[in-house]
Design a binder for this molecule. Structure first.
Ligand code: AHM
Ligand code: MG
Length: 338
């Protein structure tokens, strides 16, 4: 018998063992994480079929079952909703793809958590076969238990998240999450349909070897951001330069830097004065994961986790990754413009 195989830890087993560390836990958060893992498996199976829908479908956008073939990002959004909103664990959902928060449907119990998510981030990369991801953020509700959840439950600062995670549909599919007790990664084994513990207690190096930024925005950046990126390159000082890596798919760029060490930046620019990325679905969950792994995330002026959101789809500049590299960004952005 292969004893190593017999000792594999499934995500379900891991979540259960973590829950045992908290005798006061009701199991609702654990079940919510299972629900998200299930949604991830369903989204994964469709992502792996991307490009085949047109070949398998009979004509246009109708598939062999006679159903309209949905775009993958719509499919992922619907899958998250279907996996979560009827369970009694959630009071409100908010998706990057939907303008307003989605309370639990009439007739279903309203639970104690608000779940915010980007169902398929980097979706402009789908058609060219580049990695994409799902990002999620979980808050405990602040409105009255038993009532439908509202926007108020969604507009909480990142520091108040009870869990956050992402799923990367890359060369393999990986789910990474934190409940505030370290960061753990699970690789999907399609032969048994389970996420298996592959990266326990992820720790990101304090200084990274990569910087990741869309440099085509260089002319539109503040001179301090330009100076920062030159510093990352090692052009203007004895600071050891970094290697450039930019996929243009946040989850993939973030995951590489989390494991190998590095800094991802999406600064504000003259076209996007508040940055491009969304505070609640993209920046805050990745910030919690990064801090839990020993890294740091900033909007350039303060910790992302301390930003009090004002709007559901609020954007924010983002500097995230190895702690010293992000601190350098804060220090250089605080300087008077050169
Ligand atoms: P999306 O939510 O519309 O997919 O946009 C977010 C994506 C991120 O995955 C990525 O980091 C960024 O946009 C890339 O933007 P750009 O093409 O401007 O470099
Ligand atoms: Mg996105």
């Amino acid at each position: 018998m292969n004893s190593k195989l017999a000792r594999v830890v499934t995500i379900e087993r891991f979540i259960m063992d973590q829950e045992r560390l908290h005798p006061e836990a009701t199991g609702e958060l654990s079940n919510l994480l299972y629900d998200i893992a299930l949604a991830a498996k369903i989204i994964n199976s469709h992502v792996r079929m991307a490009g085949l829908a047109d070949i398998l479908g009979s004509s246009g956008s109708i598939n062999v079952q006679g159903e309209v073939v949905q775009k993958l990002d719509e499919f992922a959004n619907e899958t998250m909703k279907h996996a979560l909103h009827h369970t009694g664990r959630v009071c409100v959902l908010a998706s990057e793809e939907d303008e307003a928060p989605i309370p639990t449907p009439a007739g279903y119990p309203s639970g104690k958590y608000a779940v915010l998510y980007d169902p398929l981030d980097g979706s402009s990369n789908i058609d060219v076969n580049v990695s994409i991801g799902t990002i999620f953020s979980i808050h405990r509700r602040v409105t009255q238990q038993g009532e439908p959840g509202t926007l108020v439950d969604c507009l909480q600062s990142g520091r108040r998240q009870v869990a956050a995670g992402y799923v990367l549909y890359g060369s393999s599919t990986v789910m990474v999450y934190t409940t505030g007790h370290g960061v753990h990664g699970f690789t999907y084994d399609p032969t048994i349909g389970e996420f298996l513990l592959s990266h326990p207690n992820i720790a990101t190096p304090p200084v990274g070897m990569y910087y990741s930024v869309n440099e085509s925005n260089f002319p539109r950046w503040d001179p301090r951001v330009q100076a920062l990126v030159k510093r990352y390159k090692g052009l203007d000082s004895d600071y050891a330069g970094k290697n450039s890596r930019y996929i243009g798919s946040l989850v993939a760029d973030f995951h590489r830097n989390l494991l190998a060490g590095g800094v991802f930046a999406y600064p504000a620019d003259v076209k996007s004065p508040r940055g491009k990325l969304r505070l609640l679905y993209e920046c805050a969950p990745l910030a919690l994961i990064c801090e839990q792994a020993g890294g740091y995330a900033s909007d350039g002026g303060c910790a992302i986790l301390d930003v009090a959101p004002e709007e559901l789809h609020q954007r924010s500049p983002l500097y995230v990754g190895s702690r010293d590299d992000v601190r350098l960004a804060e220090a250089m952005l605080a300087d008077a413009p050169p």
